[in-house]
Ligand binder design. Structure first.
Ligand code: SF4
Length: 291
């Protein structure tokens, strides 16, 4: 079981995703980390043992540029971190620059493959382009990224159809780039900004079955589970099919070293990294700290 944690770099975002706490219309305290602040977060996680760190940023083209990320990736790499990215879709050249700086993977959720609903949930901003997002995995692979992380946001559309479409998408990419590692994640909406009602709620049983389906369809893929889910469900899924879990996470920029600001979504499993690692080892897992 690989343990990882996100580092939120920026909560500035020009998109209007209706379900997201960082969406442009929300009056929240926004933060954008400079290099020193980002490295402080990275060092805190390193002291907890976390070397696989996922850099997360909102979509603010004037702030979160390719150069902004390249600087952070290179500096973290020199600390001994294996940085991955969960940021807005990039051009092939941008992905290639990040590979050169040392990025090891990309996570990019299509959110939903139902194009009509996608348009409804993403009314304004660059993310309103369904195609630009859909084709990003192809650009990331062409740019040389070795680990490609797919996902849908459960709750937005029919979950079975969305997971089936995601599997088709990943199959197409892996046919063209058979040397890449695939990863899948099924984030589920538990709470959303006021006014957004989850239209397709997914219960725990279906949630587990969807992960099992991914395991059966892609026996060698990484299956990833975040701290959005409860301790009991995470522990259960760890024993079934998950291979990668976040631990001790913060979902606000600077959230490890500074007083907490507004977060993108609430954490449900509040165990520390050490507590999760101890539980895994007690259960007989080999805990991995790096890719
Ligand atoms: S989901 Fe991402 S792109 Fe959409 S508003 Fe939130 S941070 Fe911005």
């Amino acid at each position: 079981m690989l343990l990882y944690a996100p580092i939120y770099l920026s909560s500035y975002c020009i998109n209007h995703c209706r379900y997201c706490g960082f969406n442009n219309t929300r009056q929240i305290e926004r933060k954008h980390l400079g290099l020193a602040e980002a490295l402080e977060e990275s060092n805190i996680l390193l002291r907890r043992g976390i070397r696989h760190q996922l850099l997360v940023g909102g979509d603010a083209p004037h702030l979160t540029t390719t150069e902004y990320y390249v600087e952070k990736i290179a500096a973290m790499k020199s600390l001994g971190v294996s940085p991955a990215i969960e940021i807005a879709p990039q051009s092939e050249d941008s992905y290639a620059s990040m590979v050169e700086a040392g990025v090891c993977g990309v996570t990019l959720y299509q959110e939903t493959y139902d194009e009509r609903l996608y348009t409804l949930y993403h009314p304004k901003g660059p993310k309103s382009s369904y195609e630009w997002r859909l084709e990003a995995m192809d650009r990331a692979a062409r740019g040389g990224i070795g680990r490609l992380g797919f996902g849908v946001l459960l709750g937005l559309a029919d979950p079975v159809e969305d997971v089936a479409a995601m599997m088709d998408h990943a199959s197409g990419i892996t046919r063209e780039f058979p040397d890449r590692t695939l990863a899948f994640s099924l984030p589920r909406i538990h709470s959303a900004p006021r006014g957004f009602e989850v239209p397709y709620a997914v219960d725990d049983d279906l949630f587990v079955r969807l992960y099992c389906t991914l395991r059966l369809a892609f026996p060698r893929a990484e299956l990833v589970l975040s701290t959005r889910e409860s301790r009991s469900l995470r522990d259960r899924l760890a024993k079934i099919c998950i291979t990668q879990m976040s631990a001790g996470s913060s979902t606000s920029p600077g959230g490890y070293g500074q007083p907490p600001s507004d977060e993108q979504f609430p954490i449900t499993d509040h165990r520390s990294v050490g507590e999760v690692a101890d539980w895994l080892e007690d259960e007989g897992f080999c805990v991995a700290w790096d890719i």
